[in-house]
Design a protein around this ligand. Structure first.
Ligand code: ATP
Length: 391
């Protein structure tokens, strides 16, 4: 009988037939999920000759949930994900108006998924703006719960902002607000705990993968206590918890100012293995890095709490309403997110089979319309069939 994945003493316990919840997603979610599931199942079958199998459990969220139950993110769905630890999801539409949070953000907050993990690599054959896109092979660890994303801000002209500005001027002796009468004010919390848990996860990931370098990316030259704190606490953590690895040269921790990082990823991307960033810097860097390998439509992502084991693996693109229901969408973002999930549960063989099949298919010029350029393209289902043949 299929069983849940569990987490005890800091370790995942994965049965041979784990139940993994999935959210099909809105828009092209339907087009890509069905095909991706076929590829996942065939890869597992091939890798483990029938001794392992995933029991997929559909969980409702987004438009599908709304049309069936009148709720965008039913409590029951959240409970299923909480109790099964993991889920994989297609893109979700963010309901407009009515004060409803983005579903993606709601899921991250409910499960405290503090690390947004984005591996960025090049696939031969994919159009890229760089001369040597293959030199980029970087995994991003973006902090997911702090920074300006905490949403603490007050609008210019409001009575609240006046209170905040008055407090700053009278109680904190702040004299540097250039236009106090017409400023909005935002607050950026960055904590020791939030920074260290993210940086610890990045270091553990690097060590598990046999990668040496973890780079702290920050703007500490300007924001000394928030961004500078992130840098300082990162070095502290490395000394406190990874002294042996540092000494033996298995680990190198360094840092770089965020603006220089954006130059260096174009000029010398091979300098970086794993990078750890605060939330906003991580947002910019994720898109810039994905774009430079041509991967904006195929990049995978995961949001993970390494302390509880909770993780959601997801397609990073949107719902693509312009091509929904046309069997045209590229399933690779979801497929590669599935590979991250397989790696996370220790089923590396299945992940490697799928990644190799994608490499082989791309190298043979087999692309969905978004990547095919002038060449004839494959539909989502045709592409999935090619992948299955290439497994
Ligand atoms: P949302 O509001 O859900 O973010 P969007 O259309 O604003 O949707 P995306 O869904 O990311 O944003 O789409 C941007 C463009 O990229 C669209 O032209 C879309 O067709 C294309 N696109 C997105 N995902 C894919 C995919 N998996 N395969 C092919 N094209 C895609």
């Amino acid at each position: 009988m299929a069983e849940k994945v569990t987490f005890k003493n800091g370790k995942l316990h994965v049965p041979a037939d784990p139940i993994i919840p999935y959210i099909e997603g809105d828009g092209v979610g339907q087009d890509i999920w069905q095909n991706a599931q076929l590829v996942f199942d065939r890869a597992v079958e091939k890798a483990y000759k029938g001794s392992r199998k995933i029991e997929w459990l559909e969980v409702l969220a987004g438009k599908k949930a709304f049309s069936q139950s009148g709720v965008w993110l039913p409590d029951a769905s959240l409970e299923v994900i909480k109790s099964h630890l993991l889920a994989i999801k297609g893109p979700l539409e963010t309901p407009v108006g009515g004060g409803i949070r983005s579903l993606n953000v709601a899921l991250r907050q409910e499960l405290d998924l503090f690390a947004c993990v984005r591996p960025v690599r090049y696939f031969q054959g994919v159009p890229s703006p760089l001369k040597h896109p293959e030199k980029t092979d970087i995994t991003i660890f973006r902090e997911n719960t702090e920074d300006i994303y905490a949403g603490i801000e007050w609008e210019a002209g409001s009575s609240q902002v006046q209170k905040v500005i008055e407090f700053l001027q009278t109680q904190m002796q702040v004299q540097k607000i250039r236009f106090p009468e017409s400023s909005s004010i935002g607050i950026k919390p960055i904590s020791i705990e939030g920074s260290k848990r993210l940086i610890r996860s990045a270091i553990d990931y690097a060590l598990a993968k046999g990668l040496r370098k973890v780079t702290l990316v920050h703007k500490g030259n300007i924001q000394k206590f928030t961004e500078g704190g992130f840098r300082k606490w990162g070095y502290e953590l490395a000394q406190e918890e990874y002294a042996a690895e540092l000494e033996k040269g298995r680990l190198v921790v360094d840092d770089i100012i965020a603006d220089n990082f954006l130059q260096q990823i174009l000029l010398n991307p091979e300098r970086f293995d794993v990078v750890a960033l605060t939330n906003l810097n991580g947002d910019y860097a994720s898109d810039a890095l994905a774009a430079q390998v041509g991967g904006i439509g195929i990049s995978p992502g995961a949001n993970i709490n390494y302390q509880t084991g909770h993780a959601i693996f997801e397609a990073t693109h949107g719902t693509a309403p312009d091509i929904t229901g046309q069997d045209k969408a590229n399933p690779c973002s979801l497929l590669l997110s599935g590979c991250m999930l397989f790696e996370y549960i220790g089923w590396k063989e299945a992940a490697d089979l799928i990644t190799a099949a994608i490499e082989k298919s791309f190298a043979a010029g087999c692309f969905t319309a978004d990547l095919a350029g002038e060449a004839p393209s494959y539909s989502t289902s045709e592409f999935a069939q090619v992948l299955i043949e290439n497994l």
